[in-house]
Design a protein around this ligand. Structure first.
Ligand code: GUN
Length: 281
């Protein structure tokens, strides 16, 4: 067993971005700007947003946090989005999900300008992903592929099993694995006999958000296990996978925390850099 160390790779990526930004600012350019919109006061979302803000500052990006009340109307939220679409100092816009009940995330994502949609959740970028056309790729799936490639893990021809069909991770990671020529199966809450599928996985990606839903007897010897689920139980963070008991069986495995999570933020910064370069040069 060996650990897929997302923390170390993310650090390296952030250091490169920091150097690049310094170079542009020294040339007299404005810094890249990311707006993070948080609606309501969900504690997990507050934590994610503050981590994203901190990461921006650390690399020298301008970060604008837009905090909006839980009971905001859709049209008021859209007014905020439209202002950010027009803001010349903002290259990327991210609306933290999940949104409070009553707000339709699809309507919101549809209104983020395609060239500022650094989360890749707007219909245009999400469509491009499935068509195999270049566009912004959702950060967590992009980070997973980067991590696998960094460690030289072969994807082509492998049986990749994705557990979870969310728009944030499950569906887009399936599309990216398919693009890498894996044979992809998507399992979800209605899948019967989940274990029959997971046992066949050369690469297993779990993105469910239920602590230790994947046990060690559900993976095959030598599997590559990517855990993109996080759940807090009584203040402690758990992944979807029973990491400790899988260590002896998996060939590679991502820890929680320190695996996929840091890569998500690194890819957000990378997508924002990509948007910035298109806006500034
Ligand atoms: N909530 C959980 N993951 C994400 C993400 O990658 N982007 C956004 N906007 N919200 C999330």
């Amino acid at each position: 067993m060996a650990v897929l160390d997302g923390q170390t790779l993310a650090k390296k990526i952030r250091a490169n971005i920091k150097d690049e930004i310094k170079k542009f600012v020294d040339m007299g350019k404005r810094p890249p700007g990311l707006a993070v919109v948080l609606v309501g006061e969900d504690p997990a979302s507050q934590l994610y947003v503050s981590m994203k803000e901190k990461a921006c500052k650390q690399v020298g990006m301008y970060s604008k946090k837009v905090l909006l009340p839980q009971d905001i109307s859709e049209s008021e939220l859209l007014d905020n989005i439209h202002d950010l679409n027009e803001d010349p100092n903002i290259d990327g816009i991210l609306v933290q999900l999940p949104l409070p009940r009553g707000l339709n995330e699809h309507v919101i994502n549809e209104n983020i300008k395609t060239d500022k949609d650094v989360d890749g959740f707007s219909p245009v970028n999400f469509g491009k992903l499935h068509l195999g056309i270049s566009g912004f790729e959702p950060c967590t799936p992009k980070g997973i592929i980067r991590l696998l490639k960094e460690y030289g893990i072969k994807i082509e021809g492998k049986n990749a099993v994705v557990v979870g069909r969310s728009n944030i991770v499950g569906k887009p990671i399936a599309a990216l694995l398919l693009r890498e020529n894996a044979t992809v199966t998507i399992c979800h809450s209605k899948t019967e006999n989940l274990k029959d599928y997971t046992l066949r996985a050369d690469i297993l990606v779990s993105a469910v958000g239920k602590a230790h839903i994947i046990k060690s007897d559900m993976i095959k010897e030598g599997a590559v296990v990517v855990d993109a689920g996080t759940t807090k139980v009584e203040g402690k963070l758990y992944g979807d996978c029973d990491y400790e008991n899988m260590l002896a069986k998996a060939s590679w495995i991502t820890p929680v925390p320190g695996g996929v999570g840091p890569m998500t933020i690194a890819m957000l910064l990378e997508n924002t850099m990509e948007a910035y370069k298109k806006h500034v040069f």
